[in-house]
Design a protein around this ligand. Structure first.
Ligand SMILES: [Zn+2]
Length: 435
């Protein structure tokens, strides 16, 4: 009797162990099955290494990509297809860090009950196809990038990189860097938009910055090298110096701060170094510390020398200024909220934001941006061959909570060229999202 009781106890314990193991397996299958099913060796859901099922829509339900049983479809509107190529991806899998790769687990449409039945799942992206098309038309074939993000959630509403090709037909002509998403994967000389970084460092390290004045006689002489300004600006406050985009004032500030302080600030703001992007990283922005008192140090503080940035990092910086110093990291799925990071304190953000608004009022002309409550900074980055990158970055102070960066490669002047593209996209957004 005693032996029987002992045996039944052992059997019961074994049965419980098996049940527990089975339960754990089922739980893991339910929780992680999508990821297992999305594993690229699963021939059931992949054709030539690209997902063969699932649907990606924009935030309003417009289909951007769909696949079923290896048949692919894209947005109906041609401009949306071109504009969304880099953010969404295509059936050939030529482009990295796309929504297709990021959300493959959800697109497989795995369910613990039915497994992968071939129809796939649906993911609603944060992109707005109307802004995508608008940015594409505004770029008008010129190489460049447009990023627009909601600074309250981090949702990316617009991510356009040019040149692109129609994913429906594949690439038909060879253009330089066509496979690169310039928004997160392109590095460009920032020119004067970098003055936002130098200004942030100055606000944090020069106690009397806001009461000081800076004199510009048209150039700075440094050990026989000349740093030229765009004009002769005379005596200016730091706000006026930013609005004038005065190289003498910001060159002097860079000399006063030293390269290491600016570099530390640029890294903390995410402008130098890379940013996390869905398990990967963006291209790594660059700021080299030049010798104390040198002309290269002055140039580095005004966005030249060896400085390089991504458009996304600049939009994110503007989002942080808009958000009182804290930013929501960019997300590509509608309704998601990015992780919160603090880049600067609220007082500094308020000051930078006021300066950026003063730029528009004092220098850029509110009439060029009708109906927009804009804070911005222009950049016209010199490439050394006489051509310039045109930049325009900033955010809306009221209305829809949007931060943005626009780049036109070798596209001329910041205000006219890039500012024009920004205005076109922001006017659309203001119309769609004003409430
Ligand atoms: Zn000047």
């Amino acid at each position: 009797m005693k032996r029987i009781r002992r045996r039944s106890a052992v059997t019961l314990a074994l049965a419980l162990l098996v049940l527990f193991g089975l339960g754990a397996l089922l739980a893991r299958l339910a929780l992680r099955g999508g990821r297992w099913a999305a594993y690229s060796a699963n021939a059931h859901v992949y054709h030539n290494g690209v997902l063969a099922c699932g649907t990606l829509t924009d935030r309003n339900g417009v289909v951007l990509f769909s696949a079923r049983d290896g048949e692919y479809a894209y947005a109906e509107e041609e401009a949306v297809r071109f504009a969304s190529l880099h953010a969404v991806g295509d059936q050939r899998g030529n482009i990295g860090s796309t929504a297709l790769g990021i959300f493959s687990g959800d697109l497989v449409g795995y369910s613990p009950v039915n497994g992968t039945d071939g129809t796939g799942g649906e993911v609603r992206l944060s992109l707005d196809s109307r802004l995508q098309a608008g940015a594409w038309y505004a770029l008008n074939g010129r190489p460049g990038a447009v990023v627009v993000m909601d600074y309250e959630t981090g949702e990316i509403l617009c991510m356009v990189s040019s040149p692109a090709y129609d994913p429906l037909y594949g690439q038909r002509r060879d253009a330089e860097g066509m496979y690169i998403n310039r928004c997160i994967g392109g590095l460009f000389i920032p020119g004067s938009i970098f003055k936002l970084v130098t200004l942030t460092a100055a606000a944090e390290h020069i106690p009397d910055l806001r009461s000081r004045t800076f004199t510009c006689n048209g150039s700075l002489e440094l050990f026989g090298e000349t740093v030229h300004c765009t004009g002769v600006h005379g005596e200016q406050t730091v706000e006026q110096a930013l609005a004038n985009s005065c190289n003498c004032a910001f060159g002097s500030i860079a000399l006063e701060l030293g390269g290491q302080v600016i570099r530390d600030t640029a890294e903390r703001l995410g402008v130098a170094g890379s940013l996390p992007w869905y398990g990967g990283r963006t291209a790594s922005g660059r700021f080299d510390v030049a010798a104390r008192g040198s002309a290269p140090l002055a140039w580095s503080g005004i966005g030249q020398y060896n400085d390089l940035v991504t458009p996304y990092a600049m939009a994110r910086l503007c989002a942080a200024v808009a958000g009182g110093g804290a930013v929501r990291e960019g997300v590509l799925r509608a309704g998601d909220t990015g992780a919160r990071s603090r880049l600067m304190d609220a007082d500094t953000a308020g000051f930078i934001g006021d300066c950026m608004n003063y730029n528009v009022v004092y220098a850029y002309g509110k009439n060029n941006f009708p109906g927009l409550d804009l804070a911005a900074k222009t950049g016209t980055a010199e490439l050394g061959d006489g051509s310039t990158h045109a930049w325009f970055v900033g955010y809306l102070r009221s209305g829809p909570p949007l931060a943005f960066a626009v780049l036109l490669e070798q596209g001329g002047g910041g205000l006219i060229a890039a500012g024009g593209v920004a205005n076109h996209v922001l006017q659309l957004a203001n119309g769609y999202y004003a409430s």
